[in-house]
Each structure stands twice: as structure tokens, then as C-alpha cells.
Design a protein around this ligand. Sequence first.
Ligand code: DQQ
Length: 533
Amino acid sequence: SIVSSKHRTGFHFQPQRNWLNDPNGPMYYNGIYHLFYQYNPKGAVWGNIVWAHSVSTDLINWTPLEPALTPTKPFDINGCWSGSATILPGNKPVIFYTGVDSNNIQVQNLAFPKNLSDPYLIEWIKPDYNPVIIPDESIEPSKFRDPTTGWFGHDNHWRVIIGSRHNHRGMAIMYRSKDFVHWIKAKHPLHSASNTGMWECPDFYPVSLHGNTGVDTSQYGDGFKHVLKNSLDVTRYEYYTVGTYYREKDRYVPDMTSADDQSGLRYDYGNFYASKTFYDSGKNRRILWGWSNETDSVQDDVAKGWSGIQAIPRALWLDEKGQQLVIWPVEEVENLRGKLVHIKNKELKYGEMFEVQGIMSSQADVEVSFEVTGLEKAEIYDPTWEDPQVLCGEKGASVKGGVGPFGLLVMASSGLQEQTGVLFRVFKAPNKDVVLLCHDATKSTLKGGVFKPNFAGYVDVDIRKTGKLSLRTLIDGSVIESFGAGGRTCITSRVYPTLAVGNNAHLYVFNNGQQKIKVSHLKAWEMVRPTMN
Ligand code: DQQ
């Protein structure tokens, strides 16, 4: 079948064709990174779900293999849905996944590599004793899925959580096992929260209180906090909390500074869902994969012959204040940096802009440092602006301000009919400054029938102290990923320009705030294409 290349990505994870959704069972095993993912081998819409499988030695160049799991047994005949990998003692990987069985009940199954000496672990065996967990009478059979990576407790029992909901209460139901095969439901869920709906793809892991090193999922002790993430199928956004895991009680208590619901923290304030982390024992880091779906129409996807990408793999760690995560593209991405444009010390007054020329900016990595002074000119922050996305909808790139909006116009056509704004805006509130990072996609394409949301998040940064705001933006065909203030706030958007494509995409720096700003540094690299499936 013919696949349209116009909006395909160059260095983002994509199969050659067809539908992709959740990343599944990511792991690092004997020097190889594995990524499995929800995939429809038969078309560019969701359905016929298998676990497609690719391998890599650097998280950047990917080789496709045969699907690892396909619906073949009564316990998964209606779909091999999301799940996770765990590396058991003796260096033995196991996949735990949700099967939709012949009665459309969501059950949990195991699969093991057929041949551990195959470096790619191509073939996976589903033992006949599956399913190993079925929903008991207290669990809704269609609301029971996405087992996590297991962690090993003080009592020599494995634990996993499984996403569910009871009425409107979202929950992470916990199971324990001695041998990873026989599972017993814990009396209480690990955690639950009212009015959050179904929790999809939960993730639960420790983070170090000091530094950016990642740790194995079973780590426990004074030097760690825990993170619980859930994907809420009602809002289609993910929220995470930072908190304490009491392992004797098997309870997780989020800190007061984070919330399970829509007022909570997000890995990414844009188009990013069903994510999953894994511990990379090769480089001692925790890596996050997340799915970024298309925002053009279903007809567009069918015509393109593909739908869905994985966002760039990101390392994550706890911020030094211990209240949020910091998220940054894995360092290997930098190996793709080719031709560079470097701009220094450019001042931008109210209404001014300049173009960054000399690279193909439709496939680029851009790092900017803005010097921001004159904060007394900032607009007054209105405390009712609780939702940054709403605020960004009212105050996009073209809405003049005090300090900001300033930032980038990416994937812009030469006449600016098409452009996506990546911008900061600074407000003043009693005793603090409020920094907004925003993607303004309202003018991203002239094409009709495309969903063009603005996305935004607040950035917890002490701008008065540093006088600086940094931004990194990855641009790749139809995806824009921004990392504000070193990864304190991230936003991913999908855009579908008609004019600003390939060599006709332009990159500008602009300032629509009354206070002048200075671009102390801007580095923009054209990115080289890796081997992508
Ligand atoms: N996608 C899978 C489910 C999961 C959902 C099905 C999240 O297991 O809950 O493709 O996107």
C-alpha cells in the first residue's frame, strides 16, 4: 500500500505504515533496547491489535521484527492490549499484558521469550496456563487492563498494579505473587481517586531524591520518592503525582503538592498519552516513552496510510525541590545533529522578529536561551487562570503582552499564513512571577478538518533570580516537542502544514511583548535521519 510521506517524521519512532498507539513493554536487555507497541497490521485506524516489535542499540536507529504477540488464543483472541516487561531473577524477561478474551473480558496474560540466546528475542511463547489474572466479581470486566512492570517487595513477593475504575473512581488494583505466575489480589488498591474515571496504563516507580540517575523499579529506601502516573481515558491526558510508598501497608500517598486529577502535574501538556517508563540499566537512567496521536481526520489517516508516532524517548528524574519531574530527550538524540546555525546576542524589541536561516527547519533541534528583564512590565496574573491551556487559547502568539509573548514560530510558511507559535509569557502575581509555556497551533495549517488545539503549562522557574528562560524544541515533519526551562514543562503538538513543508518550512524568533528581550544564544541543528524501521 502507498504511504504518503508529507507529514511523516524523520527521527521519531514510526512503523512503515498503519496504525500505532501505546508503547508496550519497553526494556533494555543484554545491550539491546526493545520497544513493543500497539499496532494494527491491517490499516491506519485502531483495531486488530498486536504487539509490534522493534530493537535498537541506541534508542534512535530501529530495526523492525515480527510482531511479538498476536491474537491467537482464547485468552487474547480479541486483542493483545497494553502491558509491560519485567526482568526476573536469572536475567529472564517476561511480558505481562492484557488479553481481550473470547467473551470480551479483559484478562492478564504472561509471555516468555522462546529462546533466551536469541539476542533479539524475536519469538514469544504464551503458556497455556494463561490467563493468570481474571477480573473477580468486584471488577468490571471491561475496565481492567494495562499491567505495570513488577516490583519485588520486602516479603519476597512480586507486585503489579492494573488500571481500573469503580463507578467514577479510578484505581490501581494491586496483585502479589511469589513466582510471577500465581497472583493474589491485595485487599486494597495501591491507590485510587474519586471522579477520575478509568485509569489506563498506570506506571509506578521510584525516583532518586538526589541527582538525575534512574533506579530499578524494585528500589526502596530513604533516598527515594515514588511516582504514580495514570492516563485518564475521560480527558485523554495523563497526570502523575510524587509521593510516598509505604511498602508494609502497600499504600501510596501522594504529596500535598501533587494531585491525581486534572489539577495535577503532567509529563507533557500536549498530545502525549499511554506512556510508560523503564529502567535502563545500561546507562542508569529512567526512560519515558509516550504515544502522540494524529490530530488530522480519520479520512486523512486512511489516505496517508499511517497514524500515530512515539514521542522522542526522554530521560526523567526528580527536580531538586522534590515536587516535580524534569524530562529531557535522551542524549543519543544529539548524535543526529547535523548542520548548525548559531546566533548570539540578538535583541528583539516589541513587535520584532528575525528568521533563522541556513538549515531545513522542518527536521531540527533548536536550543534557545532568552534573557528576560524588566519584569515590572509583566501583565498582572489573574488567579482565576487555573487552566494554562485556556489562558493560552486567549493569549496566543499574536496577542500582544508585557513580558512576552516571545519565542519561536516554527513550521512557518514564508508569508506566515501557516505557523505554530512556541512561546513564553510572563505574568506578575503577589510575591511571584508566573511563567507560561504555550504551543499556539491555531495557524498551524490552512487545511480544513484538522484539530488545532493550543497547549500550555506553567513553568516552575525562578526567573527573577536567573534572568533567563531556556527552550528546546524538536521539530520533525508533523511533530513539535518543546522542553521549557531545562525540561520542567514539556509540550508536544502535531501539526499538518500544507505550505511549510520540507525545505519550505521556515523558523523565526519573535517578540510580541512590550519589554524587549535578548536571545543570548540560539543553536539550531538540522537533524540527520536515522534508520527507522
Ligand atoms: N490502549 C490499549 C489499552 C489501553 C489503551 C488498547 C490506552 O490496553 O488502555 O489499544 O491507549
